[in-house]
Ligand binder design. Structure first.
Ligand SMILES: Cc1cc2nc3c(=O)[nH]c(=O)nc-3n(C[C@H](O)[C@H](O)[C@H](O)COP(=O)(O)O)c2cc1C
Length: 280
């Protein structure tokens, strides 16, 4: 047991030494002082939440006889890092920027992957991962095919919910609000910056449609690649575009001990943004 613990500490120490960039983004608080968003949030020497968390976590996988791991046996005790009111930034954007930087610096794979939930005319919710490509005070921008299932759902009901699942850091960010299509120039600019193969694929894939075989896709890819050789212009296909989710509610969730997690929410009201604490 002690051997495991010491080996774990050594591994974490080497990870921390190798971690690129500043491990501790800071934000400016209401009182104007700089402070950290990690662990205790109190000193410049404290660790990023992810590493401090892993150090204290118990992860018990219990195998069922012949049935593989039992999900009920997978149990993590969260560290007591959390997010308190005095650590919370003044705006959702500032707080999001800080946590997104933490997620990038912690090495989370595809930290910009976000669950996008939509509801179409059939009232059936649908959720899938997409990639956030930019964000600012006006919202979160993702790109997809407007003829896809999600595109049609957004056309019928232009509202969405987002979840950033940074659970290896014991964090989650949830947002919801109306959705708008970004302007053509922004979609053109983003499309032009995609790798060649991805631009061709966007022209080929009738996203969300049932297709007969993978070979159809590959055949069409080759045909489009012949029509638009590498190095030349690849036109953005109709309907392939950016969507901006304009959050009206942004919740920052941070896991804490005994499941007494922190949930701090920014919510837009007629009088401006309010912040409130939610029961876990
Ligand atoms: C990590 C990850 C990132 C993805 N990013 C995108 C994306 O940015 N845009 C997109 O249209 N689909 C993306 N996808 C695929 C979607 O999850 C989904 O399969 C596809 O958009 C079709 O969804 P729909 O049928 O609900 O419209 C991604 C999938 C994964 C796993």
């Amino acid at each position: 047991m002690l051997g495991w613990f010491l080996a774990g500490r050594r591994w974490l120490a080497s990870r921390m030494a190798a971690a690129p960039g500043p491990a501790q983004p800071t934000v400016r608080g209401r009182a104007g002082r700089a402070r950290t968003h990690a662990g205790t949030g109190s000193t410049a020497r404290s660790e990023p939440a992810t590493l401090a968390g892993q150090r204290q976590c118990k992860h018990e996988a219990v195998s069922r006889e012949g049935g593989g791991p039992d999900p009920n046996g997978l149990r993590i005790e969260y560290p007591d890092s959390g997010l308190t009111e005095d650590q919370l930034a003044d705006t959702w954007l500032e707080q999001f920027r800080s946590w997104f930087a933490d997620a990038v610096n912690a090495g989370i794979p595809e930290p910009n992957a976000v669950v996008l939930a939509t509801v179409g005319t059939d009232s059936m919710p649908a959720a899938r991962l997409v990639l956030m490509k930019s964000f600012d005070e006006s919202g979160i921008v993702v790109f997809t095919n407007g003829y896809s299932a999600k595109g049609q759902e957004l056309a019928a009901n232009p509202f969405a919910a987002l979840v950033f699942p940074w659970h290896s850091m014991h964090r989650q960010v949830r947002m919801s609000g109306p959705v708008e299509v970004v302007d053509e120039a922004a979609s053109d600019a983003y499309f032009a910056g995609r790798p060649y193969g991805a631009r061709i694929a966007a022209r080929v894939s009738r996203q969300s449609q049932v297709i007969a075989a993978r070979s159809d896709l590959e055949r069409d890819w080759v045909a489009q690649a012949r029509a638009y050789p590498e190095g030349g212009d690849v036109p953005r296909p109709p309907g392939w575009q950016g969507y901006r989710v304009r959050p009206e509610s942004v919740e920052f969730w941070s896991g804490r001990q005994n499941r007494l997690h922190d949930r701090l929410r920014f919510r837009r009201t007629e009088d401006g943004w309010v912040t409130e604490r939610l029961a876990p």
